[in-house]
Each structure stands twice: as structure tokens, then as C-alpha cells.
Design a protein around this ligand. Structure first.
Ligand code: CP
Ligand code: NVA
Length: 333
């Protein structure tokens, strides 16, 4: 397998074998790091990170992943991109300085334009539409817990028409998993993406189901997954989302309804599971809520693997950078 010079914009562009290869590479790099083996796979490479939205895990994963393998990193703020200079011109300039570009922002078109004009690999660190690096970390975590992915049932609860719902549906369909979007109809993923993923799932042995019926959705689930109700850039929709999603909170009752003693809980984070931030306190005061998408009890339960998942962001992102920046058919050593 050789993914040299490929972009990583959405998992739609990747085959099941390529995704599995990236997971294997991430596991391999994780194991090496745990053994204290210092990597040199990215020696002499220069990486630029441009984030229009806030980030903890993704930014740090790109930085640490790059440093661990010897690359240099620029975290670019206050650039001219999209202000005094077009995205196309910025892409052409950055492509002459850097070996790879990580981008987080609003429009998928921006990351596509960077890829079209830079001539170097571009990695999508989240747009409104997709969050593909997150899915690799999620799949790695699921595989670590169950030993395999094929045939596992993942239920995504909440705002299923956004980056996380879309990307998990793609990842599950490609990897032969059973994906359920549990959401009010108004927040179902698009018909176009759903029908494409249903066709792919038929070939891989997986399935895709959209439903608002909690008991039907979660029965036999291996993974219950949720995300914030209000994504970055949609803060003006807070009241509407709370109304739509208040009955879809992941709580102990929902977990019990899986009837699976081995079920695990995942969340991409950040999460509103308690009142420990200013934002959550403001929401509590305004809307009379104590927790949002997941209860504190579930978030802190032994079956919650959210911090293993967060750690895996770094191993997965490192694997993507290594796979696309190093021209080698045999990276797993
Ligand atoms: N899950 C995730 O993307 O986290 P950050 O927003 O902190 O990068
Ligand atoms: N859907 C969330 C994901 C955060 C990692 C957002 O876009 O804010």
C-alpha cells in the first residue's frame, strides 16, 4: 500500500483497504511511541496548520505527530488567506514552502481549493461537512476494544446531519459496520450521502439505518456515540437544537436499552457533560439544563472510552501525515 502524495479531505475518497492500512499504521506508530522508539519518518519535512475554528485535540495531534517524527511545524494565524488574498493564491504560496497543509474551517470547498492549488498533501482537520481524521481515531479505539470492526453496530445519537454524523456513516459503511443515525428527522444526514453509503454498505456487509426510535436504534449496539448538539459556527441555533434533541440525550437508561454488557461509549469531544465551563454554565442558566448530549454519569462510566479515543487522535493523524508524505510501500515495520 502506498498513499504518497494523497490528500485526506474525506473518507469518501478512500477505499476500505486504504482506511484499514491507515489504522494498521496508526497502531504501529502508537506501539513504537509506547516503546519509546523515536521516529524519523518526517525528518526535514515542513508542515503548516491553518485553523479557522478553535481546537485542542486536532491541533495538538498535528503538532505532536509531526514533531515525534522529526518534522517542523508552523501554526499560521493572521494569514492573508481569504482576506487580502484568495485561497487559490495562498495555496500556491504555501505549496512552495511546505510539504503538507492541515486545515480546519467552515467550508469543504476551502480545503478542496487548498488541495487543488497547493500541489502538496492537504489534510482536513474538520469542516462543517466532514471530520475524517476523527473517524480514524474512533475506529482505532473500537478495534482496540473489540478486536475487529466488521459487523459491529455503532449508533450515532444527536445532530446526524453534520460533520460527525456524515463521517461516521461513511467510515462504518466502508468498514462493513452497522451504522444507525438516531436523531429527529430534521437532523438526518442528507439523502444523497445516505443512499451512496447504503450502496457501499451492501458491498461490505454493513448497513445504514436512520431512525428516531430509541429502543430500536440502540438494541444490541456495540458503540453509542454522540457529539455536541451545537457545532462550532452554529451557536445561533442553540435553542432550536435543544428543543430537537432534548429527548435524545445519552443517559444510563439509553445504555441499558442496548442490552449489551460490553457496549462502549464514545464522543469526539469537547462535551457538555457537566457545568465545568463558562459556556456550559451560561447554557444551564439560560435553558435550565444540567447536562446536554450526555450525562456526567455516562461520560465518567467505565465503559466510556473517550480519553483513549482522544489519545488516538494523535496516533491516527501521525499515520495520515506519514502515509501521505513518505514514498514507501512498507511503512509498517
Ligand atoms: N474532536 C476534536 O476535533 O477536538 P478539537 O476540536 O479539540 O480539535
Ligand atoms: N460537530 C462538532 C465536532 C467537534 C469536534 C463541531 O463541528 O463543532
Amino acid at each position: 500500500m502506498n498513499l504518497y502524495h494523497r490528500n485526506f479531505l474525506t473518507l469518501r475518497d478512500y477505499s476500505p483497504e486504504e482506511i484499514t492500512y491507515l489504522l494498521d499504521l496508526a497502531s504501529n506508530l502508537k506501539e513504537k511511541k509506547k516503546q519509546g522508539i523515536r521516529g524519523h519518518l518526517l525528518d526535514g519535512k515542513n508542515i503548516v496548520i491553518i485553523f479557522e475554528k478553535t481546537s485542542t485535540r486536532t491541533r495538538c495531534s498535528f503538532e505532536i505527530g509531526a514533531y515525534d517524527e522529526g518534522a517542523n511545524v508552523t501554526y499560521l494565524t493572521n494569514s492573508q488567506m481569504g482576506k487580502k488574498e484568495s485561497i487559490e493564491d495562498t495555496a500556491k504560496v504555501l505549496g512552495r514552502f511546505y510539504d503538507g497543509i492541515a486545515f480546519r474551517g467552515f467550508s469543504q470547498q476551502t480545503v478542496q481549493t487548498l488541495a487543488d492549488f497547493s500541489g502538496v498533501p492537504v489534510w482536513n482537520g474538520l469542516t462543517d461537512l466532514y471530520h475524517p481524521t476523527q473517524i480514524l481515531a474512533d475506529m482505532l479505539t473500537i478495534r482496540e476494544n473489540f478486536g475487529e470492526l466488521k459487523g459491529k453496530k455503532l449508533v450515532f445519537v444527536g445532530d446526524a446531519r453534520n460533520n460527525m454524523g456524515n463521517s461516521l456513516m461513511i467510515g462504518c459503511a466502508k468498514l462493513g459496520m452497522h451504522f444507525v443515525a438516531l436523531a429527529p428527522e430534521a437532523l438526518f444526514p442528507s439523502e444523497e450521502l445516505t443512499s451512496e453509503m447504503k450502496k457501499i454498505a451492501q458491498r461490505t456487509g454493513g448497513s445504514v439505518l436512520l431512525t428516531s426510535d430509541i429502543a430500536e436504534a440502540v438494541e444490541g449496539a456495540d458503540v453509542i456515540y454522540t457529539d455536541v448538539w451545537v457545532s462550532m459556527g452554529e451557536e445561533d441555533k442553540t435553542e432550536e437544537r435543544i428543543k430537537l434533541l432534548k429527548d435524545f440525550q445519552v443517559n444510563e437508561k439509553m445504555i441499558q436499552l442496548t442490552h449489551n454488557p460490553d457496549v462502549i461509549f464514545l464522543h469526539c469531544l469537547p462535551s457538555f457533560h457537566d457545568l465545568n465551563t463558562k459556556v456550559s454554565q451560561d447554557i444551564y442558566q439560560k435553558y435550565g439544563l444540567k447536562e446536554m448530549e450526555v450525562t456526567d454519569q455516562v461520560f465518567r462510566a467505565s465503559y466510556s472510552k473517550v480519553f483513549d479515543e482522544a489519545e488516538n487522535r494523535m496516533h491516527a493523524i501521525k499515520a495520515i501525515m506519514v502515509a501521505t508524505l513518505v514514498n514507501d510501500d512498507n511503512l509498517i515495520k
